[in-house]
Design a protein around this ligand. Structure first.
Ligand code: GAF
Length: 393
C-alpha cells in the first residue's frame, strides 16, 4: 500500500470510529509459482507475495468488543462481543457480512493468547475470488495487527505459528478446509524471493526469484471467472486425497514413493488421477526450486505447463478461461503457464521472454474478446515483502 493509501485508510478509520487508529498493518496476497493442492497432502509449495494485499487500520477497545468494517463492504460491518462467541456466531450472519468471519475467527482464536477487543477498518486492492489469496491476506493482516496491538511480540515474531492460527480461523470459522500455503506466503515471504515451504515440517527457505534479470516476465492473468472455495469442489478434492492415502496405508500422499505401485493398488480411477497429480506435483516443485537455485529460470516453462495439464486432466479443477489463456499464450510464444490457487476460477500465470510479453498479452486479450468474455486483468507480479506494520502516514 502506498503512503497515500495509508493516509486515506487512517482518515477513514478516524471518521468511522471517531478516534485515530493505533497503527496500520498490511498483509499481501500471493502467487504460487508451483505446488498446487500439495499443501494439505503434507507436500511442497513455492509461492511468493504480491505487492497487493489487505491493509488493516486498528485500535484496541477495552470492552471486549470486536468491530470490523471494510471499505469494500461499506454497509456490512460487524460488531461482536468476543466473550462466549464461537464459530457458530458467524454462521448466523447475513451473506454480505460473511467476509467478517475470517478476521473474527482470527480474533476469537487469539483470545487465549491475551487479545481483547478492537476496532478494525480494512482496505484491499486484491480482487476477491481471483485466486490471489485475498482471504489469507485478510486473516494475516488481522493476526499481525492484534498481536502487535496487544504486545504479543513473541507470537508476532513466530510467523509460522501465526500462519497456523490464521489457517485454523479459516478452517473452523469459515468452514473452508484450506491448507497452510496462503497464510504462510502472506506472513513469511520476503521481497525478491519465492518461499520453498515443506508443509509437513513447516521448514522453509527463501529462494531468489529475479525473472526480469533473466529477461523473463511472469504475467498474472485474472481470468475474471470468480471462484468460491467454500462450495464443495475444494473440500471434495481434499477428502479424495485423504481417502487415497488411507487406502494406501500412508499418513499423507506426500509419502507415496513408488507411483506405479500405488496406482496399481487403487481401483477407483478418480483416486488414481488425484494421486498421480499430487505425487508428480511435489516432484515438479523440487525441480522448479532446483532450476531457480541454478539460475536456470528460462527452463521453468515446461514445468509450469506440465503442472497445468496435471491440474486440468488429473485433478480436474481447471476452467475454460484458464485453458484458453494458457493455450493462447503458448501459441503466441510464451514459455509456459498454469492456473494458480484452488481452481474452478481465478488467475493464471504465464512465463514469457520479456520481448514477447506484449505480444502474449495482446493475444490473450484478443482471444477473450473474440469469445465475448470480459477482458482479463493483468496484475503485477513482483515478489514483495510479507505482512508488516506500515509506517505512519
Ligand atoms: C487454496 C488453499 F487455500 C490453499 O491452502 C491451497 O490448497 C491452494 O488452494 C491449492 O494449492 O488457495
Amino acid at each position: 500500500m502506498t503512503e497515500e493509501g495509508t493516509a486515506t485508510l487512517t482518515a477513514a478509520f478516524t471518521e468511522a470510529y471517531r478516534r485515530a487508529p493505533e497503527g496500520v498493518w498490511h498483509a499481501p496476497g500471493r502467487i504460487n509459482v508451483i505446488g498446487e493442492h500439495t499443501d494439505y497432502n503434507d507436500g511442497l509449495v513455492l509461492p511468493f507475495a504480491l505487492a497487493r494485499g489487505v491493509s488493516a487500520a486498528a485500535a484496541r477497545r477495552d470492552d471486549g468488543v470486536l468491530e470490523l468494517r471494510s471499505l469494500q463492504a461499506a454497509d456490512a460491518g460487524v460488531t461482536v462481543v468476543l466473550d462466549g462467541a464461537g464459530p457458530e456466531t458467524a454462521g448466523g450472519w447475513a451473506e454480505r457480512e460473511r467476509w467478517a468471519a475470517y478476521p473474527f475467527g482470527v480474533a476469537a482464536l487469539l483470545r487465549e493468547h491475551g487479545v481483547g477487543g478492537a476496532s478494525v477498518l480494512f482496505d484491499s486492492d486484491l480482487p476477491q475470488g481471483a485466486g490471489l489469496s485475498s482471504s489469507a491476506a485478510l486473516e494475516c493482516a488481522t493476526a499481525l495487527a492484534l498481536c502487535e496491538l496487544y504486545g504479543l511480540d513473541g507470537l508476532a515474531a513466530d510467523r509460522a505459528g501465526l500462519a497456523r492460527i490464521a489457517q485454523r480461523a479459516e478452517n473452523e470459522y469459515v468452514g473452508m478446509p484450506c491448507g497452510i500455503m496462503d497464510q504462510s506466503a502472506s506472513l513469511l515471504c520476503t521481497a525478491g524471493h519465492a518461499l520453498m515451504l515443506d508443509c509437513r515440517t513447516g521448514l522453509s527457505a527463501q529462494v531468489p526469484l529475479d525473472l526480469p534479470g533473466k529477461d523473463l516476465a511472469l504475467l498474472v492473468v485474472n481470468t475474471r471467472a470468480r471462484h468460491t472455495l467454500t462450495d464443495g469442489g475444494y473440500g471434495r478434492r481434499r477428502a479424495e486425497c485423504e481417502r487415497a492415502a488411507a487406502l494406501l496405508g500412508v499418513p499423507a500422499l506426500r509419502d507415496v514413493k513408488d507411483l506405479p505401485a500405488a496406482l496399481d493398488r487403487l481401483a477407483d480411477p478418480v483416486l488414481r488421477r488425484r494421486v498421480q497429480h499430487v505425487v508428480t506435483e511435489n516432484h515438479r516443485v523440487e525441480a522448479t526450486a532446483g532450476l531457480l537455485r541454478a539460475g536456470a529460470e528460462t527452463e521453468l516453462g515446461a514445468l509450469l505447463t506440465a503442472s497445468h495439464l496435471s491440474l486440468r486432466d488429473q485433478y480436474e479443477i481447471s476452467w475454460p478461461e484458464a485453458d484458453l489463456t494458457i493455450d493462447t499464450a503458448l501459441r503466441a510464444g510464451a514459455r509456459g503457464g498454469r492456473m494458480v490457487g484452488g481452481g474452478f476460477g481465478g488467475s493464471v500465470i504465464v512465463l514469457t521472454a520479456t520481448g514477447r510479453a506484449e505480444r502474449v498479452r495482446d493475444a490473450i486479450t484478443a482471444a477473450y474478446r473474440e469469445r465475448g468474455l470480459a477482458e482479463p486483468e493483468f496484475v503485477d507480479a513482483v515478489p514483495s515483502p510479507g505482512a508488516r506494520r506500515l509506517p505512519a502516514a
